[in-house]
Design a protein around this ligand. Sequence first.
Ligand code: ADP
Length: 389
Amino acid sequence: MSRPGQQGPILVLNAGSSSIKFALFDTMLSPILSGMADGIGGASQLRIADTDFPQNLPTHEAALSAILTGLGQLGFQASTLRAAAHRVVHGGKNLTQPSQITPTIRQRIQANIPLAPLHNPHNLAAIDTLAKLAPDLPQFASFDTAFHATNPDVATHYAVPQQITDRGIRRYGFHGLSYASLVDLFPDLTSTPLPARVLALHLGNGASLCAIKDGRSVATTMGYSPLEGLTMGTRAGSLDANAVLRLVEEDGLDVTRDLLNSKSGLLGLSNGTSDMRALLAQGTAQADFAIEHFCYWAARHAGSMIAAMQGVDALVFTGGIGENSPEIRRRIVANLGWTGAGMDRAYNQSNALRLSPQTSRTPVWIVPAQEERKIAADALTLLAQGARF
Ligand code: ADP
């Protein structure tokens, strides 16, 4: 059976608690436009390409409806789209491949809500709403955890009894769509094959590292949730579970959850700023300490990733900080000089693709994060394989 939109663009959706980001890609994976419905349930607005549309968007359903109407006005009616493809944060143990949304897949995403209570419900709401608004549009999902499904058991298990692991208390890892797209894009972008052992550094508001061996994730710094690992914009990163227990005992669960996820990291250390660019501009002792903490712990965790690969052949930076901040890259690579990585000052300053001099034993690169393009690519692959619609 064919639909009118068989050659049409792919709509990529990333639904969060109060926003829905979206992008259209053509079937060659070139971006057509992107936008965001923001402030859902409050002071909301819809931005498509460079145009703002003040909108009353009390719910995700209202926001999706406004997005479809707005896209329709630009000539991209739902009936002309080839598919919708969602970023779903948590695939849990079972959802380790991009999938067409079927009742079974939907049910599994729902079953993973306890693993990602702040994320999966919004992804599911977008899927359900779109099914109502555009029932003929085939829908797909790519999972941010899936790339790490190749981690060995020894890397994913916490040292707790098996029955606790069986309840889903294990390490999953995140930023998987970013790392998967890095693996896909690296050879074309750099005109070199993907090195055997890559240390990938995704440094944004959320920050993690991934050990990529022969193109597959073998270790990553985020764990059961995106809280574990590096110092981040507002997340604390790794800290002793007994300290968490004491905080819960003294301050309660909700206060502690909010503290560790939303008030810690760079924000907590600097007493007010989670944004790296703003911190770098501040020049106060507190801001400098927050920056030093970020770089020191990125390098310490890098050591763990490199041990998991028994060495490293290249470093690749990505994410808002990784792609744009020469100073943060300089400090982290300086802490990793023992790996043979070096930086060319001018290349680094200009955010060049290759940051290291030709003489550097371990090259250092920037590969821009392209999660949305990867989600569209996954949907196109499934369509080409004959996904039903
Ligand atoms: P998210 O994890 O929310 O997707 P991003 O990947 O967009 O975040 O990264 C946001 C971070 O990147 C912010 O801390 C921001 O200050 C930082 N950043 C962006 N541009 C620069 C820059 N030129 N110098 C330093 N930091 C930057």
